[in-house]
Write a protein that binds this ligand. Sequence first.
Ligand code: FEO
Ligand code: CA
Ligand code: CA
Ligand code: CA
Length: 647
Amino acid sequence: MSIRSVTPSDSIPAPAASPARVKPMHEIIAAALDRRAFLQVSLSSTCAAVMTPLTATAAVEERLGMESELFQFTAVPTSKIDQVVVPEGYVAEVLFRWGDPINGQAPLFKPDASNSADEQARQGGMGHDGMEFFALPGVDPNTRGLLCVNHEYTDQVLLFPDGLEPLPPNPVPLEKVRKSQAAHGVSVVEVAVSEDGVWQVVDSALCRRITANTPMRMTGPAVPLTGDKVAGTLNNCAAGRTPWGTYLTCEENFQGVFGTADPDYRSDERRQRYGLEASGYTFTIAGQSVPVYRWWETDSRFDLAKQDCDAERFGYVVEIDPTDPHSAPVKRTALGRFRHENAEVTLAKDGRVVVYMGDDQANEFIYKYVSRRPYDPQRTADYGVNSVGGLLDAGTLYAARFDESGRGAWLPLSDSQLPAAEVAVYSRMAASQVGATPMDRPEWLAVHPQTGEVFASLTNNSKRTEADAANPRVKNIFGHIVRWREDEDDAAALEFTWRVFLMAGNPDHPEPQRHGNVSGDAFACPDGLKFDTSGILWIQTDMSSSVMGNADFAELGNNMMLAADPSGGQIRRFLTGPKGCEITGSAMTPDRRTLFINIQHPGEPADEVSDPLQPNQYSQWPDGPAGGRPRSATIAVRRTDGRTIGT
Ligand code: FEO
Ligand code: CA
Ligand code: CA
Ligand code: CA
């Protein structure tokens, strides 16, 4: 990829508040209520009581063989090759890789990974994950816009020419810590279509990197405990967007970068619940457990034994204004602290802001936030990163209970014994106290754009020893998806009716852990979920060899992206990724003619430790044999005939 401007950079309009892009949900529902799929379980509580979720699952299986009217493309087969594969008539082009300069002034990537920390802070980060595409005022958003891309984690071997060296007991140099911190966070880049139809990163006054050291504010109920300032955001997994045009980035596995060398340090129950251990995140190398990040050795705010440790300042949803590169991001603590996956925003019937969120750890919970005040589309300038005490600071945080009857309830965390500030910082403890249902690793949630139904991926849970209705598989290594409809079709409702949408797996497989009821193309470990405006549910997989117990991801090949029809349950495989990657994060242009997708960690080996001497041993994507090492990247997928994606 080359950085070049497709229009003069001085034509970029001045930043302005973006118009509202989310219709009030009651309008959408009134216009296009789809009752086909859910009528029998949503109408009466009597009916709901007799129809267990597992019976409802069988109803999906009965539709085997029906064709979906939602999508038209020819499915791609499973794949074990080191390439992105898309259906006939589609192309996939690499747009923005780890190490690519974010503008015309930033340094080029060095294939031996010898870029400095300072250079990394002006290049694409590592581990591309959730993302959103934002229109610019006065610009055709189908040809140009801003991409906000999360960078979830760093592969500490691929990030440096000499990998994890020096190993303990020698301390890791500060320059290495700073580079790893600079490769976390978010990239905001401006992208545009060139004359030959190819998307490229262009020079822009709006581009920026937000890293683990970017100054930001904290607002909401946690502030009495955390203070109102923090440096940086970390482990940025999936994302969301608000009706007033801001980006939400979600902090997930922050526990991995905290630790301590202090032998007298003792973790407490609250930190243990968040996986904060003295050793941080470890790999086993030559039989020895080695901490991977070790930031705490040279940066005391990651040292759990220190007074100024930042552990309780991570694990939040962070709001970013993509159109103002000088604005400080804000951690919205009212949305709770856990291993945040994504933040799916919708509106209640009365306009209150509703945010659905998953906590990605075995036996943790699904959450919902409802703002106290309604959103007013005439007042978008009052919302966003400069507001304090507003829509994302004052509201109620709930956790979900799924009952055997097929009904469910939202339990306010304010009913726990914890004071408000502790609810925000130790949300997991509060959700346990109110009796929420422990789930099989909640990843993304997605709201149907017409019906308002909510879908949640439960990626897997090998630790489950007892099944329940919402998590019906013991040792659930293949995962499943649940769906629910809020009472009165109001996102702010306190109760809902739910069922299992599908059990991932292969209908032909005899093993209970691998047998699924997927109608169409088999897959496992659903993770990324997103609706497009046509109502296709896009599913992305995170099948890891460590979960599935086979170095080449068992019979399903490389990770993939599939289209699902929420009405009939039909599934069709749309894309397969290169070796060892995860497919995660997507965004579409409003005309649905371009689909941006992130390819995360190509070449991640089965034991999760790359070889510093042979960094491209497991994958050479996307640069090929001449490249130095595999690189996470955003790709742009489009049709050669220029028509809409999927349909
Ligand atoms: Fe970052 Fe749970 O995936
Ligand atoms: Ca994920
Ligand atoms: Ca995952
Ligand atoms: Ca992952």
